[in-house]
Design a protein around this ligand. Structure first.
Ligand code: GLA
Length: 365
């Protein structure tokens, strides 16, 4: 047991494989260099006081609390404490000082990086050496039942299992993460995150609606999740009388295959060739899953026109960020072209982060 310590957890970007996790499918995220850091001190009572740089008011609550009792950003802290207690962990009172450089609202999992760092800090103070996948599930419960977002396990598994210089090949049915070595610099490439700065609208409702559509498709096909589909063509044929459900399922079914293809290419040392898969994935989200927005479509189009090998929206969608695979010497041309087009179309100017696969969550001090 520690009476004090510092723990941190990264944001994540998903290279490919979105809206596959809650369908038992595949994804290929990696951890960002940007992190949320929690410096925690154990208290003798059962009160948690959390202060976050950039938030005026501290959040204070008693553990274990009850689902939904704390709202706003504090729900991510209180939700994790509640879910840990529900899992039988004796959560102590604590002072938590939180700092983060993960961009907020950019689809880079700032809230999951907060939740995972708080989860590690509270279990560390409790003296519990928790299994990472179990913690991922506990954090998912906090998201689903406390904060009320019906999200899957992609973000937590990426944040908790990622390794530096590796992508994380996530199988959401087996609940495994395999590290896949990835060194874009060796091919003269950069991984460029482009935050659209587009306002997120109706994110939770739209995400939930997509999830429901996928479950409806699986039910019609008589399988538990879309991952169980073996014959993609036959499945899509069987859904032909409901074009919208068919499109949603087609995204998920083809996206799973694109992840497998991307993993095979990266493992074979053929990283540049995944560019085409990234752009195909974007088109699938834009046209079949319909979770993109015009600002993001424009960014993807202009990035590719200006020399990116491929680009796609990343994460839940409906705004947020694009991940582009860019030859290093084309990076400034890509940034110029994207900014000029976005501003010219009357959108916000995007922000850029060149990122490398970074370490997952852990104890710092
Ligand atoms: C959000 C959710 C994840 C996942 C992605 C889409 O980030 O938190 O569980 O569903 O959207 O791939």
């Amino acid at each position: 047991m520690s009476t004090a310590g510092t723990w941190s957890a990264p944001g994540r970007v998903n290279l490919i494989g979105d809206h596959t996790d809650y369908n038992g499918g595949f994804a290929l995220p990696f951890a960002l260099p940007q992190r949320t850091t929690v410096t925690a001190t154990r208290r003798e009572d059962r009160t948690v006081v959390a202060r976050s740089v950039g938030q005026e008011e501290p959040v204070e609550f008693e553990v274990p609390g009850s689902a939904g009792a704390v709202t706003g950003w504090g729900a991510y802290v209180a939700g994790v404490a509640w879910a840990l207690a529900e899992a039988g962990i004796e959560v102590p009172g604590a002072e938590l000082a939180i700092e983060s450089d993960v961009p907020l609202g950019a689809g880079l999992s700032s809230s999951h990086s907060l939740e995972c760092s708080v989860g590690l800090a509270l279990t560390g103070l409790a003296g519990v050496d928790i299994d990472r996948t179990e913690l991922a599930r506990i954090v998912q419960r906090a998201e689903n039942e406390y904060a009320g977002s019906p999200t899957g396990l992609l973000d937590q598994m990426a944040i908790l299992h990622s390794r530096e210089h590796h992508l994380s090949f996530f199988d959401a049915r087996a609940l495994t993460v395999e590290p896949v070595a990835c060194d874009p610099g060796a091919d003269g490439l950069e991984l460029l995150v482009i935050d659209s700065n587009a306002p997120h609208e109706l994110v939770d409702g739209a995400y939930a609606a997509r999830r429901t559509a996928c479950e409806a498709a699986a039910a019609r096909l008589g399988v538990e999740t879309l991952r169980e589909v073996d014959d993609v063509d036959a499945a899509l044929e069987a859904l032909a009388d409901d074009p919208e459900t068919q499109r949603r399922a087609r995204h998920v079914l083809t996206e799973n295959q694109r992840v497998l293809d991307a993993v095979a290419l990266v493992r074979a040392g053929r990283l540049p060739e995944i560019g085409t898969l990234l752009t195909q994935s974007h088109v699938s989200m834009r046209d079949d899953f319909e979770n993109s927005v015009p600002t993001v479509d424009l960014i993807v189009e202009k990035a590719v026109e200006a020399g990116a090998l491929g680009a796609r929206m990343t994460g839940g969608g409906f705004g947020g960020s694009v991940i582009a695979l860019v030859p290093a010497e084309r990076r400034s041309a890509v940034e110029r072209a994207v900014t000029t087009s976005a501003l010219g179309a009357g959108y916000a100017g995007p922000s850029y982060l060149a990122v490398e696969p970074s370490p997952g969550a852990g104890r710092d001090v």
